[in-house]
Write a protein that binds this ligand. Structure first.
Ligand SMILES: Nc1ncnc2c1ncn2[C@@H]1O[C@H](COP(=O)(O)OP(=O)(O)OP(=O)(O)O)[C@@H](O)[C@H]1O
Length: 250
């Protein structure tokens, strides 16, 4: 469809003869927040890694804004406007929170890290970095070392690092993972605001978050999409309840 920003067609990936992505077809519409849910081991991380370019599919196609990006390296996808939230492991703990985001802006701009010191004072890096921090509620922490951030704040920092590259689409891999109820509520509030401005594709186990945020939900079980629909459609889908939601409740 014309308003599909991301189209996944018959995507396939196996590891050692075990099929983990089994002919996945999925569309993410421009402007929507689309959640991918499914039991442990369903293949969610494997799918998002193929979307971001960190893992090469065996077959099928990925189209972003109408362009075939299936064989494109991750940095080129990022230039086209697709950003995967950075993992906590990519945060430099000894650097300030702002420097971490400025580095993400610089990485996208393609400059060498050798020029970091003068670049740190470059407003073209600092201004978008600061704006991204404000959007995730970390503006007040900008000058503190990243090491002092709580787990929830580090996850917010990862999102700021992705946002600072001004992507059209954000890929978020379990943004609430490891959070307590209070931190989760803050992250949901942050994503509620972002969702008005970005197309978001997220994997998440926290069903409260999924049903609060998603415009549409797709359910992955054993590497296959068994249903896609609105939260109400998914909640009331007998097949989904049996295969996943019922299982969770039990
Ligand atoms: N590099 C790999 N080599 C071999 N098997 C892999 C590899 N990556 C993933 N798998 C297998 O693929 C299956 C799906 O894993 P994946 O991490 O994508 O699932 P998931 O839905 O993200 O699970 P979870 O919700 O627990 O994070 C698992 O059985 C996993 O062991």
């Amino acid at each position: 469809m014309a308003d599909d920003l991301l189209q996944i067609r018959d995507l396939r990936k196996s590891f050692g003869g075990i099929a983990v992505t089994v002919g996945v077809n999925l569309e993410v519409r421009r402007g929507e927040t689309h959640a991918l849910i499914g039991p442990n081991g369903a293949g969610k991380t494997t799918l998002i890694a193929q979307l971001s370019g960190d893992l090469k599919p065996d077959g099928g196609q990925i189209l972003f804004a109408g362009r075939d990006i299936t064989a494109m390296p991750a940095y080129r996808r990022s230039h086209l406007g697709m950003a995967r939230s950075f993992q906590i492991t990519s945060i430099f703990l000894e650097l300030s929170v702002l420097d971490n985001v400025a580095l993400a802006v610089q990485a996208r701009a393609g400059h060498s890290f050798r020029f970091w010191a003068p670049a740190r004072r470059d407003r073209r890096l600092v201004d978008p970095a600061m704006a991204a921090l404000e959007r995730v509620g970390l503006g007040g922490r900008a000058d503190r070392p990243a090491a002092i951030l709580s787990h929830g704040e580090r996850r917010a920092l990862e999102i700021a690092m992705a946002l600072a590259t001004e992507p059209e689409m954000l890929l978020l891999d379990e943004p609430m993972a490891g959070m307590g109820p209070e931190e989760s509520a803050e992250m949901i509030a942050t994503l509620q605001e972002l969702k008005a401005q970005k197309t978001i594709f997220l994997i998440e186990h926290d069903m409260d978050a999924v049903f609060a945020l998603a415009d549409r939900i797709s359910v992955l079980v054993y590497g296959k999409i068994i249903a896609s629909g609105t939260p109400d459609e998914i909640r009331n889908d007998e097949h989904v309840r049996r295969a996943y939601l019922g299982e969770e409740a039990a």
